[in-house]
Design a protein around this ligand. Structure first.
Ligand SMILES: Cc1cc2nc3c(=O)[nH]c(=O)nc-3n(C[C@H](O)[C@H](O)[C@H](O)COP(=O)(O)OP(=O)(O)OC[C@H]3O[C@@H](n4cnc5c(N)ncnc54)[C@H](O)[C@@H]3O)c2cc1C
Length: 416
């Protein structure tokens, strides 16, 4: 077994150690794994790791209220497929295939529906130039053998009568689904707690080391907790934890996005996700079974500022009203800003670093909800079984940005 194949965790996992009542965390506690960040990524990892018998501590001052709370919940490997990002699209397709089992397991664990919906996604064009852009997208989808079908305006409106007659046709993407991401986050917190995960509502200041290997974390208030492994899953702030060697720092940056939460209040509703291109700008609509509708999203590079400028919001509302005029009857319930964890090549950063015991699970940018189940499986496999060199994230390991062109995805040379 090469060092890179070895499991990160030492010793046997003991399910009985999970019987640690919530709230009994003390400085003497030692864990198999400490997860930094309780967004959808950190929570999925914590839950899946606890299911294998690991004793897990999750630290987050505000669990579940980061980008994962602002998101729309689209599981859209095809509609999100970007030109020149074939490796990322293949990863996204694999991530989508992990969702049915993940949803069934999580619903089984909590008894609470996630509203995972497989009705497909309708893409529509706002005008003839948007239609040309959508046709180029369709040609790209076809070149990658992705399932997508061109529709006339009439066909699109037969599927979703709320779509404006002024649109210029569309594309049906049957394999792009959606889920209620807020339900997922809340269910993960419950399921993880039930599986024995300890939550600590504190910020991690630093990863600590024991003459080299990772030894745990230090909180902002100075308390320390020991562990065999630390997983940094702090979303857009993953590059801000002290004690992480420069070579291991993930090049993650915040990309602000805002969604609107609307409520139909008896007005007619969509039956599936609708995405639109309007004068070259994208917007989307994700319906909820209770009459809720998520409208998104802006994409802005403004650092860690979560303020919501009226300009970007005004464009989003104007585009949305043009595509689905019926939303004029909907009530505005919430404006939800979040920071996507962006990376230089738009791909996630998942796996072990150069420092033994330190793993990264971050940089999921626009696809963190989609990729959470697959990310959790990969990280837990690394923790308990050793890194799979040809696993789904082989092109998206930490360290790929260190040499050469940061815009190019390179296979990661695993280092244990
Ligand atoms: C407007 C918007 C719409 C989106 N729509 C979709 C979509 O439809 N589909 C999709 O797949 N993806 C979507 N995304 C992207 C997706 O939301 C993200 O990729 C995903 O939520 C990232 O999850 P995360 O757990 O890495 O980060 P987050 O959810 O941001 O969680 C990170 C957590 O780390 C915590 N943290 C930070 N620093 C520390 C520290 N020092 N110590 C302890 N904890 C810390 C934070 O408090 C936070 O809770 C959207 C994003 C936005 C903003």
């Amino acid at each position: 077994m090469s060092p890179s194949d070895r499991p990160v965790l030492r010793g046997e996992r003991d399910q009985a150690r999970h019987v640690v009542p919530a709230g009994t965390v003390s400085d003497r506690d030692r864990y198999d794994v400490i997860v930094v960040g309780a967004g959808i990524i950190g929570l999925s990892i914590a839950w899946r790791a606890a299911q294998t018998g690991c004793q897990v501590l999750v630290c987050d001052p505000d669990p579940g209220r980061g980008a994962s709370w602002a998101a729309g919940g689209m599981l859209a490997p095809v509609a999100e497929a970007g030109f020149g990002e074939a490796a990322l699209t293949m990863l996204a397709l694999q991530a989508a295939r992990a969702w049915p089992q993940f949803a069934a397991d999580l619903e089984g664990a909590t008894g609470r529906p996630l509203h995972y919906t497989t009705a497909g996604t309708l893409l529509v064009a706002g005008d003839p130039s948007d239609r040309e852009a959508l046709d180029r997208t369709l040609a790209y989808h076809v070149s990658l053998e992705l399932a997508a079908e061109r529709l006339t305006t009439r066909q699109a409106r037969l599927m979703e009568p709320l779509v404006s007659p002024s649109i210029s046709g569309g594309i049906m993407v049957p394999g792009d689904h959606h889920v209620d991401n807020r339900r997922v986050v809340e269910s993960l917190i419950h399921a993880a707690s039930d599986a024995g995960v300890i939550f600590l509502a504190e910020e991690v200041a630093a990863v600590t080391h024991d003459a080299g290997p990772t030894s745990g974390v230090r909180l902002a208030d100075g308390r320390q907790f020991g562990s065999d492994a630390v997983v940094v899953a702090a979303g857009s702030r993953s590059g801000q934890i002290d004690g992480v060697a420069e070579a291991d720092q993930p090049p993650v940056r915040p990309v602000r996005g805002v969604t609107l939460r609307l409520q139909a209040d008896g007005a007619p509703q969509l039956t599936r996700t609708v995405r639109a291109l309007v004068h070259g700008r994208s917007c989307y609509f994700v319906p909820r079974p209770d009459g809720g509708l998520v409208v998104g999203a802006t994409v802005e590079e403004r650092g860690f500022d979560l303020a919501v400028p009226l300009g970007g919001l005004g464009d989003l509302i104007a585009d949305a009203r043009r595509v689905i005029p019926a939303i004029d009857e909907y009530a505005l319930v919430e404006v939800a800003p979040g920071l996507r964890p962006g990376t230089p090549d738009n791909g996630p950063i998942v796996g072990p670093t150069h420092t033994p015991g330190l793993l990264l699970a971050t940089g999921h940018y626009r696809n963190g909800v989609l990729m959470a189940p697959l990310t959790a499986d990969d990280v837990v496999t690394t923790l308990v079984g050793g890194i799979a060199a040809d696993g789904p994230f082989a092109n998206f390991r930490p360290g790929r940005f260190q040499s050469g062109d940061p815009g190019e995805s390179k296979p990661h040379k695993a280092v244990g």
